[in-house]
Ligand binder design. Structure first.
Ligand SMILES: *[C@@H]1O[C@H](CO)[C@@H](O)[C@H](O)[C@H]1NC(C)=O
Ligand SMILES: *[C@@H]1O[C@H](CO)[C@@H](O)[C@H](O)[C@H]1NC(C)=O
Ligand SMILES: *[C@@H]1O[C@H](CO)[C@@H](O)[C@H](O)[C@H]1NC(C)=O
Ligand SMILES: *[C@@H]1O[C@H](CO)[C@@H](O)[C@H](O)[C@H]1NC(C)=O
Length: 198
């Protein structure tokens, strides 16, 4: 009891003296990065130990976003998303397609605005600023010097290590096109889903 009381007192003293003397010298947290309107990033995706190499193409002005998910020693899943809330998930090798309607469209370039700054951390041998957004929906790590993303982690544990990030690199139009079997009545009826995003 006694030591607990002392510690609490110490803590109160320490926190009030730090709060008082440091209030003016505290550095303002850095602004979260704003995405360029067009880029191509390559990332290693780890979902519960299941690995994939992902090509992410973000084309804000064209209203589209693509994830080409190349599973380790497996096939490639195309995840093609449009601003109009429609996404197509298809696998050309397996001949499968799923159409999903999202309540939100693709991310805006300033989607990290108002994120909570968590400080700095060294990840993947890079010094990074760390932010979190929407009650831990995502943690985002950006290189302190370049502002480029180094890692992001979703609330469900899916983790992405960013290997490259090239502004203005695009995916040819033909590669965005969902295969015809995504548009058959059967496919629409059987595979149309609505999922909710947090
Ligand atoms: C992938 O994530 C799991 C935890 O979900 C971890 O145990 C494993 O080491 C990670 N693999 C790689 C290659 O980072
Ligand atoms: C959204 O746009 C895509 C690509 O142009 C199109 O295939 C899809 O039908 C559109 N969805 C809606 C609901 O308009
Ligand atoms: C950030 O907060 C401002 C003020 O509340 C709001 O207008 C804006 O839409 C927010 N931006 C994002 C991307 O959340
Ligand atoms: C990307 O393209 C935009 C618009 O054409 C241009 O203003 C910008 O300088 C380009 N950025 C790079 C890094 O090439």
């Amino acid at each position: 009891m006694r030591s607990a009381t002392i510690c609490l007192t110490c803590w109160l003293l320490l926190s009030s003296s730090f709060g008082g003397s440091n209030a003016t010298s505290l550095t303002v947290p850095p602004e979260p990065p704003v995405w360029p309107e067009t880029f191509h990033a390559v990332a290693v995706q780890n979902r519960s130990g299941s690995l994939a190499l992902v090509d992410l193409y973000y084309e804000w002005q064209r209203g589209r976003n693509a994830n080409l998910i190349h599973s380790q020693l497996g096939t490639t899943l195309y995840d093609i998303e449009y601003t109009n809330h429609t996404s197509y998930y298809f696998n050309l090798e397996e001949g499968t397609c799923r159409k999903i309607t999202f309540p939100v469209g693709i991310l805006t370039p300033d989607w990290l605005a108002n994120a909570t700054y968590l400080g700095t951390e060294n990840v993947d041998a890079h010094d990074t600023h760390v932010w979190t957004k929407a009650d831990g929906f995502i943690k985002y790590y950006a290189d302190v010097h370049t502002g480029l993303p180094v890692r992001w982690i979703f609330f469900d544990g899916a983790q992405f290590e960013i290997l490259s990030f090239v502004v203005n690199e695009t995916l040819p139009d033909a590669d965005w096109q969902a295969p015809s079997y995504c548009f058959t009545d059967k496919s629409q009826k059987l595979l149309h889903n609505t999922v909710l995003m947090a």
